[in-house]
Write a protein that binds this ligand. Structure first.
Ligand code: SF4
Length: 231
């Protein structure tokens, strides 16, 4: 599988999604919500598939093997951020159909509040967010969507920022402050600029919703916008 071929397919999937999002009604209401749901149901699965194929093709170019395995969820203690608006909306559509939806909102609110407290303590310099993200991680708070068996409860819709994260070192080096040791070999699969720019244009089509980049606060905001509509 050639990296460039898969990248082209991914770019095409982003472009199709963008075009359809641009055709959404101007006014945010029931019609907007129904159309949005239709678009995300149809267009996100192929986009995720091509993204995953891109990641697989990139991983194939690496010398060392990946140590990540099902149920190892150390990285699911990070505060999830850099999430695209269409990803937040797809996750919101998925979880609102679950019986534990109110619990998930409550849990997302608790995580958002905890992170804001840490961020406020760090002052306002350019590295404040990085320090707050690290301190949040050290607290070992599991993601709201992490299941008891260590699997992701929103696996098919999990954000790209989760899909891009891997390790070449033993799982114990992904736990607590071992992440800063020289033994930790975590890395992220970065997208080329052309793909980042295409994603930014796609997200721009949803700029009117003003969704934040954080997963937990994003889900809360999506609930405020669309929680009253049936899906
Ligand atoms: S969304 Fe899923 S993969 Fe991402 S941190 Fe949460 S449980 Fe882990």
């Amino acid at each position: 599988m050639k990296v460039n071929n898969v990248l082209d397919e991914f770019l095409n999937a982003i472009s199709v999604l963008q075009q359809e999002l641009l055709s959404l009604p101007q006014e945010i209401g029931l019609e907007y919500h129904q159309k949005l749901w239709e678009i995300l149901q149809t267009r996100l699965p192929p986009l995720h598939q091509t993204y995953d194929r891109y990641v697989t093709s990139e991983l194939a170019t690496r010398e060392n093997s990946i140590s990540c395995g099902k149920g190892c969820s150390h990285c699911c203690r990070h505060y999830v951020t850099s999430v695209e608006p269409f990803e937040i909306l797809a996750i919101h559509f998925q979880i609102r159909q679950r019986k534990d939806y109110p619990d998930l909102l409550f849990s997302s609110h608790a995580r958002t509040t905890r992170f804001e407290q840490l961020l406020n303590k760090e002052g306002g310099d350019v590295e404040a967010e990085d320090r707050a993200l690290y301190r949040y991680y050290l607290r070992g708070i599991p993601c709201s969507f992490l299941e008891k068996d260590g699997t992701c409860g929103i696996y098919e819709n999990r954000p790209m920022s989760c899909r891009m994260f891997f390790s070449e070192s033993a799982p114990r080096f992904c736990e607590g402050n071992a992440v800063t040791s020289g033994w930790n070999k975590n890395f992220q699969i970065e997208l080329p600029d052309i793909a980042e720019e295409a994603l930014a244009r796609c997200s721009e089509a949803l700029a009117n919703l003003n969704l934040p980049v954080g997963l937990f606060e994003g889900v809360l905001e999506a609930n405020s916008l669309f929680g009253q509509y049936e899906s």
